[in-house]
Design a protein around this ligand. Sequence first.
Ligand SMILES: [Zn+2]
Length: 122
Amino acid sequence: MRRDGLVYRKSRASVPTSAVHKILRTRLYTGTFEWRGELYKGTHQPLVTHELWAHVQDILDGRRTKRQGLEQNFAFSGLINCGHCGCALVAEIKKQKYVYYHCTGFKGNCGEPYVREEVLEE
Ligand SMILES: [Zn+2]
């Protein structure tokens, strides 16, 4: 993708491998998404077929043996953005049971406070 000239639209910076990895992992592009262990069909137009996406997951999983078990799936990861600055919200676990989402703040300091997953569900 780098060789093909993929860059961020505004900064013209090259897209890092981690960003490409995240794109390849995003189930949402197949038109479906997972929530609380259930699969749902979105109302948006899919970008890739489920078969292609599943094939890519198999390939990535095969290359991931070292880190297996470390990655966690949170209900709203990749689905929501900060209402204040528009950056992605990321999830983390506190006290080994509470899931909190917070703004990545990539566009600079964002004062948006943490939000509990239960609050987002409501
Ligand atoms: Zn923010």
